[in-house]
Design a protein around this ligand. Structure first.
Ligand SMILES: Nc1ncnc2c1ncn2[C@@H]1O[C@H](COP(=O)(O)OP(=O)(O)OP(=O)(O)O)[C@@H](O)[C@H]1O
Length: 292
């Protein structure tokens, strides 16, 4: 058993419905091998005793969260991720805490980090890339439909499930844009254009990141990479997009990337159109899963 301490519930402020439903403690789990470590703690393979369900238990140290002033971010991450249900989004089943630690009960992604796969293979085939990009587009359509913007789509935040399916993890930078129709009924008339537009179009940051990801999968490096930070910055602002000659990357892929990496966020290819793009249709596995 890697974690020895007994779980202790702190006295709580009024409970939310989800907390009343099930109050987890460390005693509910058998703890297995460490899966990895992050900035704020460790992740362990674990088994929920009653159901035998295998999960990943992320253990975060409160002191470190406080020190880095990220408690707020974590609360938002938990609040958002626990409400999402999609095959390409890592489930967050629940959480609990004791005096020193916070525990997140996460879906176990058996095939680990996509980042490591990319490092191993240097780059992916068109078939593999298109399958991944299509599955991420479907997950983002779902997210945006729930008014959630991820804002941090990159290889380090993607895990691979048992069947080879991609899972978006790490919602630390995500935001829930408020639903204008529900919360601002009647007051929309007074909003300036930049606010109306920004609420509506913020989701397009995820389309840009998906374009970067598509390029990186195919070429092995992100498109605006440069030695100096300031040069990368300049290249992004100019959208200095170049496609080095590479026989394994077809003009269709370049066309798709060019339509996503557009400076004017309103002109980026909408995600449902991405799914209809001929390169995606021709290359993405219809099962939605890349099996190698
Ligand atoms: N649900 C999971 N299934 C399988 N492995 C996981 C899971 N979650 C995390 N891991 C493994 O544990 C490692 C640490 O995860 P964690 O989320 O704490 O940190 P991170 O995202 O890599 O880094 P940071 O703390 O900077 O966000 C990951 O790199 C991954 O290898």
């Amino acid at each position: 058993m890697a974690i020895a301490a007994e779980s202790q519930q702190e006295p709580k402020t009024p409970l939310k419905a989800s907390e009343v439903e099930k109050r987890w403690t460390l005693n509910d789990f058998d703890i297995g091998k460490p899966l990895g470590r992050g900035k704020f703690g460790h992740v362990y393979l674990a088994r929920e005793k009653k159901s035998n369900h295998i999960v990943a238990l992320k253990v975060l140290f409160k002191s470190q969260l406080k020190q880095s002033q990220v408690e707020h971010q974590l609360r938002r991450e938990v609040e958002i991720q626990s409400h999402l249900r999609h095959p390409n989004i890592l489930r967050l089943y629940g959480y609990f805490y004791d005096q020193t630690r916070v525990y997140l009960i996460l879906e176990y992604a058996a095939k680990g980090e996509l980042y490591k796969e990319l490092q191993k293979s240097k780059c992916f085939s068109e078939r593999r890339t298109a399958t991944y990009i299509a599955s991420l587009a479907r997950a983002l359509i779902y997210l945006h439909g729930k008014h959630v913007i991820h804002r941090d789509i990159k290889p380090e935040n993607l895990l691979i499930g048992l069947q080879g399916e991609l899972k978006i993890a790490d919602f630390g930078w995500s935001v829930h844009t408020f639903n204008r129709r529900q919360t601002m009924c009647g007051t929309l008339d007074y909003l300036p254009p930049e606010m109306v537009e920004s609420i509506q179009h913020d989701a397009s940051v995820d389309i840009w990141s998906l374009g970067i990801l598509c390029y990186e999968f195919l070429y092995g490096v992100p498109p605006f990479e440069a030695k100096e930070h300031s040069d990368t910055y300049r290249r992004i602002v100019k959208v200095d997009l170049k496609f080095p000659a590479k026989p394994t990357v077809s003009p269709g892929a370049q066309d798709l990337i060019s339509q996503m990496l557009v400076k004017d966020s309103t002109q980026r290819l909408p995600l449902h159109k991405l799914l209809e793009h001929s390169w995606i249709v021709q290359n993405a596995d219809p099962s939605g899963v890349y099996r190698g």
